[in-house]
Design a protein around this ligand. Structure first.
Ligand SMILES: [Zn+2]
Length: 342
């Protein structure tokens, strides 16, 4: 019997891994722009493989790839008829791989782009989209639900209600794309406090911010709420001047987000440091979002003191032909050239 999300949080840090959409786009299976996970039906093996890579890297949770698999988005790309099949298949794939280890399966919903705080009709439409997606997910078998990338507290609260109606633990995280506040005007910390007050099991932030600009907000959230806190940053070097991946810019590049972010990528070491820093702050669910890849996750797992299946192939640079101890002696001239400071 696998332990529940609440049991795992009580015992220590839960390691998550996301970034499926960006990574599968990079691999040629998802179209940038709409970012709809058609891959779930078109190339299920590609999804299975990435789940397996994250599992081997130490992720405790397999997140069903239903991000943007909601009616609003599928209508845009003319695949509304595939909605149910895509949602069901995504959960099946996550479950199948979760069973290869000891991972939990998370259902997943996100911002719908249909929500308008001033228009109650849109609230009903959002609720209906979440209800149908999560109804299929529950049918296929999930352990809890992650509602993520929420721009509006109001929309996040609708997701929370739907999840609670299904009797499942809810992890609700906000997209902190603006400097201070959700798009409906709530300070991010206050929004997390409200979500916690409404009974979310885990609250926090995901996506948009890199470790450097997410940690200060996390510290304030941790001080404010009593429930578990989640942190899933993007592995990009965001700064005070450009606090989100969307605001990063580079000389001579018209737009860095979303397709030219590589020069800003965090190394595995930076993500390992983030994982340790988040744990030290008291963050209970530590993960990664868009841009995340298995090498980051393994380094994060190891920073949390774990030995995971992929640790079998963790670096052993002492065995490198040049950098290793033997190489340093026999190829001193090569190493000297590598060490020239330009
Ligand atoms: Zn993301």
């Amino acid at each position: 019997m696998t332990r529940s999300i609440t049991e795992r949080l009580a015992a220590g840090v839960v390691l998550g891994a996301e970034g499926y959409v960006f990574e599968l786009e990079r691999r040629g299976y998802i179209k940038a722009g709409p970012y709809v996970p058609e891959v779930v039906l078109d190339f299920p093996d590609a999804v299975r493989e990435l789940h397996r890579e994250f599992l081997r890297a130490g992720s405790d949770v397999m997140v069903a790839l239903t991000y943007y698999a909601h009616r609003e988005k599928l209508r845009h790309i003319g695949r509304e008829d595939d909605l149910e099949a895509m949602n069901r298949q995504a959960v099946r794939l996550a479950r199948e791989v979760a069973r290869e280890g000891d991972a939990l399966v998370a259902g997943n919903v996100c911002n719908t782009w249909a929500y308008d705080p001033g228009d109650p009709a849109t609230h009903d439409a959002v609720r209906a989209q979440y209800a149908e997606q999560l109804g299929w997910a529950v049918d296929e078998g999930i352990d809890f639900v992650i509602s993520e990338t929420n721009d509006y507290l109001g929309e996040a609260l609708i997701a929370l209600e739907v999840i609670q109606g299904l009797g499942l633990p809810a992890m609700v995280t906000l997209a902190s794309t603006q400097p201070e506040r959700t798009r409906d005007g709530y300070d991010y910390v206050e929004a997390c406090r409200i979500l916690a007050g409404h009974g979310a099991t885990i609250v926090g932030l995901n996506c948009d911010r890199g470790p450097y600009t997410m940690l200060p907000l996390l510290a304030r959230i941790r001080e404010t709420v009593d429930c578990a806190v989640a942190a899933q940053p993007v592995p990009y070097r965001t700064t005070d001047a450009a606090p989100t991946m969307e605001s990063l810019h580079s000389e001579g590049v018209e737009r860095v987000f979303p397709l030219a972010l590589e020069p800003f990528g965090c190394t595995r070491f930076e993500m390992a440091s983030f994982a340790a820093a988040a744990r030290d702050l008291g963050v209970g669910y530590v993960g990664i979002c868009c841009g995340g890849a298995p090498h980051h996750v393994r380094a994060m797992a190891e920073a949390l003191g774990r030995d995971v299946p992929a640790s079998k192939y963790s670096p052993a640079l002492e065995l490198h032909p040049i950098l290793g101890t033997a190489g340093a002696k026999h190829a001193a001239d090569v190493l000297a050239a590598w060490n020239v400071v330009g």
